[in-house]
Design a protein around this ligand. Sequence first.
Ligand code: SF4
Length: 540
Amino acid sequence: MTEHATMMEPVTRMLMGDEAVAHAAAHAGISAAYAYPGTPSTEILECLLEMQKKQGSPKAAWCANEKTAYEAALGMSMAGMRTLVSMKHVGLNVAADPFMNSAVVQPVGGLVVAVADDPGMHSSQNEQDSRYYADFARVPCLEPADPQEAYDMVRDAYDLSEAFRIPVLVRLVTRLAHQRSGVRLQPDRRGNDAEVTPDRDDWVLLPAYARKLWKRRLIDAPELRRWAEESKYNTLSLNEEFPELGVITTGISKHYFLELTSEVGLSPSHLHIGAYPMPMEKTRKLVDHCGEILVIEEGYPHVERMLRGIVPPSIAIRGRMDGTIPEDGEMSQDLIRRALGLPVGEGVQLASMELPGRPPRLCEGCPHTDAYDALRIALEGHERPIVMSDIGCYTLGILPPHRVGDSCVCMGASIGMAKGAADAGVHPSIAIIGDSTFLHSGVTPLMDAVSGNADMLLVILDNQTVAMTGTQPTLLPSERIHELILGLGVDPEHCHKFEVHPRKVGELAELFRREISHPGLSVVIAHRECIEAARRNKKN
Ligand code: SF4
């Protein structure tokens, strides 16, 4: 039971978008939530962990990666219980396999996937737009405009998921995930009773079953489109006296646009889309009414592209694709002002001073600093070393003053890429990865390196935490990581655990040098606790 189980009247609380998602899932009666930390979605599970600590439920757990989190949620749904799985946008790439296939099986308990996109790449390697994934998998997508709507939509998503027996994707963006506002909470809904009646016809994706299931999904599609057409989250207002322009907004762009129009007294016809599949009838009504359409959406030009398939050439479509709004970066009121031909930045006092840049850097005393110093020393004299880095605090080592690392692509990529470079004859070929990233996606490429005895050095920077997202715990303690690596078949003579210390930089450099000269696979686990995690652990 959550804090609202006995509540008769709704209450209002100040919540971040992420927290609104967590509260909605709890109040919708989920039995469990699963996630892997990643900005800007981390706070969803953190909020549920807090509830679990205080109230005992719902169950909340960090997982090895987004794929395992998704699969745990899928199993929970198969057992008839409501569940939430959350991740950042690039995490959905990792979970794409179960996600795509969960759209073919028939979930039983409500299955909601909260995915936080990061337009503007505040802390991510790309700007991918998760609405494309929903469209690709043919599952419904809800895109809230503010924390209240995030709360309402997540609650509704459970009913929708169970009515259509389909996963529902809720797409957040950074500005919403981290924005705080008053959210009206509703009384709890009781969780589902366990209903473990697995039906092979519904859950086995052998081709003979899968073809039937896919057909069933396609038969349901018109019903789903009708649901979106009638959804309260898709609203159309036509202004008979102003047929020149129609505006389509999606998600949080709605508020940017409405604030602006109320300020300048502009009122074009307006379609707001918060629920997909795209409401085609409402869209056609808007198009039939207006001479020009402006599309304001956060992320890729998803709606704009679809429009281009249905709008006659006589009607101009403006948006990200024709350059009215830049194709990259976050949406802003200034961009909308420009698109509407209004003056930009009125009333805003811009700083007249040039402020110095403040590039991000490792904390003072970070253990990675010593490992980087040692590696730089060990690589002296090598003409063409390659150092593949990975995703975590240590990626900052690529920047001055350390300048260690030549790549950073996606979780776990360092190991496979170092193997590829070693196969190409590059020496030394080095992979640098954190302990949590290694457990997330580094174990499988290490198996490839073991199987081919790749001539490379793997350095695991083991700080016993997921530091970059707020010092969440790593799934395995250092000792178990060492055992795991030996279990994969790495030669024990070339698998070392080293306690990093500023006074032992020379010793570590010597170990690196020795292993670089070994013609085969070597692993060094450079261990010392993250100082931020140590501080936090001391406080608790
Ligand atoms: S949070 Fe921890 S791992 Fe990250 S830079 Fe600071 S000390 Fe290093």
